[in-house]
Design a protein. Structure first.
Length: 219
């Protein structure tokens, strides 16, 4: 009876040890398999701090052709030459075409339009000394009493001239009573340019001068 009970205890101990040993040997493999399956099933986590970038098919194609190519061009400061339009070639504007008296000065303004590539000032004038009765008489070319000055000024120069200064001028003609003029003006970009053609009595003590003038600006 006792021997049978002992063998029963031994058999139970053997089964318990075998079961414990089997569980211990098989547990790491199961855990490794589960961890591998969890790693495969777990989605890749992206860094949410970085903004998403959308690349168009064309940009991607250009990037593949030229890795140094960027879709955003370099920024640069606009230049006035970016706004050049067609030049008003073949046009002409009359400045003055008449006879007038000059006691001190007489001025005629004109404007060069935008995009004038090569404006040209053309014209001529003749001046005469007036007699005491208000009549003008032709004088000999050697008679300086009929001479007048011709000055061409821009806006700033003319403003200085009105305030009694001695401004720089764009163009001038020495005192004369018979003169032809042909002068190239600066080209304009996208803004017009204002000029003043001024006739000045170079010897006002000799009285008024009568001037016959015909001037125009060609583009």
């Amino acid at each position: 009876m006792k021997k049978g009970f002992v063998w029963l205890l031994l058999a139970a101990a053997f089964c318990g040890g075998y079961s414990y040993y089997r569980n211990r040997s098989s547990q790491p493999k199961g855990q490794a398999a589960e961890e591998s399956q969890e790693a495969e099933a777990k989605p890749e986590v992206q860094d949410t701090d970085q903004p998403a970038t959308v690349v168009s098919p064309l940009a991607a194609f250009m990037q593949k052709l030229n890795p140094l190519h960027t879709s955003e061009p370099a920024q640069r400061k606009p230049s006035p030459s970016d706004h050049i339009a067609a030049s008003p070639v073949g046009t002409s504007t009359a400045i003055v075409r008449k006879t007038f008296a000059v006691a001190s000065t007489a001025k005629f303004s004109f404007e060069v339009p935008p995009h004038a590539a090569s404006p040209q000032l053309h014209g001529s004038y003749r001046s005469f000394a007036q007699q005491s009765g208000g009549q003008s008489s032709n004088v000999q070319s050697s008679d300086e009493s009929a001479d007048v000055d011709l000055l061409l000024m821009n806006d700033q120069q003319y403003a200085d001239f009105l305030h009694g200064g001695s401004p720089d001028v764009v163009y001038s003609v020495d005192s004369s009573h018979d003169q032809d003029v042909s002068f190239g003006l600066p080209s304009t970009m996208n803004q017009p340019a204002q000029y003043y053609l001024v006739f000045r009595n170079s010897s006002s003590h000799a009285g008024k001068k009568t001037v016959q003038a015909d001037f125009r600006v060609d583009f």
